[in-house]
Design a protein around this ligand. Structure first.
Ligand SMILES: C[S@@+](CC[C@H](N)C(=O)[O-])C[C@H]1O[C@@H](n2cnc3c(N)ncnc32)[C@H](O)[C@@H]1O
Length: 422
């Protein structure tokens, strides 16, 4: 670690006293800098003993690990890189692609599209034909007709549910994760959900119970029922094109009022129940007989008075549930950014660090130009404490982001208990 800090300091001072720095611009690369490897380049800047030590460390890191024949045998069946799900390959027509556009105040606009050869993606920074995306590897930055940069990649399930068409409000992914944990959902489980809404929760449940599990999703409204099914099918169809294995077809969407569904569920034992609907207390008397003893019913409620109504109904109707927890999941977004000093005093230092960490200078600067936080010179001097000197050569600013997700809900964990043994 000490050698690395010494190396950074040596590289920093050598580069900032070089030609480019002295002329006030970006340090120009000399011929030997471009022809040598990054490690060889920094070794040129060190005293001979330190350079030799760095060389020894690098050689040790590159040497193949010493393995016994048994270990080699155990490691022999190589897992193909794509066996975990995602095809490692480029975008294909029919897949979902997510385009990210960097905007002011470190915000990012995300656009979702399904790739079709003759279509175009319209962004505030101009259009991009889908045929320019098809065939590219995810993670590629492309330019729109107007010259704006878009980062293209495959969307996560969280991003898909936040961007897919909505009817009723979805359960937010942060709350869904907490509820999946509350219910301790495992692959192979059978879970009851009410209502289907826009289908966000159904998709996460589908993934959690896997191909051997089952999700039964009730919805009272025809339009919501159709939307949930549509969002689910859309994700599955696109998934199959971009991935090696199928997305499980394990959700039964049922158009029915849950309070009339007792007869349908006679022979079903549920591992868990999740209720995201108005008046969840009206569903409890119907669904609780099917929940296994010790199983959890997670209830998503918009305000605390609804929690009181729910608990009061459980008490007055003597339903076999104990309330184990009521939680509100809050996330706070933060920004941690390298500072750009007014009067440009630190610009050399920012560039120095980038040279060591090796992103191509131009591209890095273009992609991160919005991320700079401007410090006044007095603030900069304050920030150069001993700690700053020890850990990095560039001052960073950390503060809560301007953009906070305000949505909140109360998640109530009810545990079903069995009758007292006498
Ligand atoms: C807030 S939405 C659910 C959103 C869903 N969890 C999601 O993540 O997309 C509530 C849904 O419950 C449905 N609902 C309300 N009462 C119901 C009942 N008695 N039986 C079935 N569905 C019901 C509503 O029509 C609505 O679509």
């Amino acid at each position: 670690m000490r050698a690395w800090r010494g190396l950074r300091r040596a590289a920093s001072s050598a580069l900032s006293s070089g030609d480019g720095a002295a002329s006030g611009g970006r340090p120009r690369r000399r011929a030997w800098e471009t022809s040598l490897s990054p490690l060889e380049r920094v070794r040129q800047l060190l005293p001979p003993e330190e350079a030799a030590a760095v060389g020894r460390c690098a050689a040790a890191a590159q040497a193949p690990p010493q393995t016994s024949p048994e270990k080699e045998e155990a490691a022999a069946p190589q897992v193909p890189s794509d066996a975990a799900g995602a095809r490692p390959g480029p975008f294909r027509a029919g897949e979902l692609a997510l385009a990210e556009v960097r905007r002011k105040h470190n915000t990012t606009l995300k656009l979702l599209c399904r790739l079709v050869a003759g279509s175009t993606l319209a962004s505030p920074g101009g259009i991009l034909p889908h045929r320019d995306i098809i065939g590219q590897l995810p993670g590629q930055v492309l330019r729109t007709s107007a010259g704006a940069r878009l980062l293209l990649r495959r969307p996560s399930l969280e991003e898909y549910v936040l961007l897919m068409p909505r009817g009723p409000t979805i359960a937010y992914p942060k709350d869904i994760s907490a509820m999946l944990m509350m219910m301790d959902i495992h692959p192979g489980d059978t879970v009851l959900e009410t209502g289907s809404g826009s289908g966000a929760m159904s998709l996460f449940l589908s993934r959690a119970v896997g191909p051997k599990g089952r999700v039964i999703s009730y919805e009272i409204r025809n339009d919501h029922h159709n939307l949930a099914k549509k969002n689910y099918r859309y994700w599955r169809a696109a998934w199959e094109i971009g991935h090696m294995e199928e997305w499980p077809d394990n959700v039964d969407f049922i158009l029915k009022d849950i309070s009339t569904a007792a007869a349908d569920m006679k022979s079903i034992t549920l591992d868990a129940i999740v209720l995201d609907m108005l008046n969840p207390q009206s569903a409890l008397p119907v669904v609780h007989p099917n929940l296994k003893q010790g199983g959890v019913c997670a209830v998503y409620l918009a305000n605390i008075t609804q929690v009181i109504d729910l608990l009061d109904r459980i008490r007055t109707c003597k339903l076999p549930f104990l309330c184990e927890r009521i939680i509100e999941v809050t996330h706070r977004n933060w920004l941690v950014l390298p500072a750009k000093i007014k009067n440009c005093k630190s610009s050399q230092m920012v560039e120095t660090q980038e040279n060591i960490e090796e992103p191509p200078q131009k591209e890095y600067k273009e992609n991160h130009i919005q991320d700079e936080v401007v410090l006044k010179e007095s603030e900069y001097n304050e920030s150069l404490s001993d700690d700053a000197e020890t850990y990095c050569s560039v001052p960073y600013v950390a503060r809560p982001s301007y953009w906070q997700d305000a949505h909140s809900a109360f998640l109530t964990k009810l545990r079903k208990f069995g009758p007292l043994l006498s």
